[in-house]
Design a binder for this molecule. Sequence first.
Ligand SMILES: [Zn+2]
Length: 87
Amino acid sequence: MKHNHDLRCEDLLGNLSNFIDGELDEGLCDQLRQHMVGCEDCRVVFDTTTRTIYLYQTTAMRPDLPNDVRERLFDKLNLDDLKNKNA
Ligand SMILES: [Zn+2]
């Protein structure tokens, strides 16, 4: 019987920013990826977070971006889903 190295959702979420930044060692990255294979909730959070970071980076490079365009971009990401999840 093999050991169960499955992470819990809290473990994944607690390491999420480091994971996205590439600051975790490869073994832990593998565990996080394996968790996401079987956990749709964490996949959604990961997906939303990476898109949000991408969007922030994009808008940070484009300070001239009109606010209404920015808002539409954020709307597209369905960030309300994430907000509700954390509520
Ligand atoms: Zn999970």
